[in-house]
Design a protein around this ligand. Sequence first.
Ligand SMILES: [Zn+2]
Length: 86
Amino acid sequence: MAGSSSPQDSSELKMAVSCYRHPEREGVYYCQKDGDYMCEQCACCRSPRIYCQYRTACVIQVLTQEGELEDCTQRKDDEPTAVDQR
Ligand SMILES: [Zn+2]
């Protein structure tokens, strides 16, 4: 029961975060307001009408305005626009 020093369990050092909607995709964008990582497809300000103190430095917001990212507020997504009534 001694001498087993082969480091075989060190393969789980996976620091990459995944998209909040696509666990298999890498979350390359981070929404500081919502605290979610997003893939390139999902990268979008989900609630642009709500004040965000990070917006002026939000890369998602900048890239959306520059046309680099798709503006999700102008497309019909597959998920219904749920009204939070809580
Ligand atoms: Zn995604």
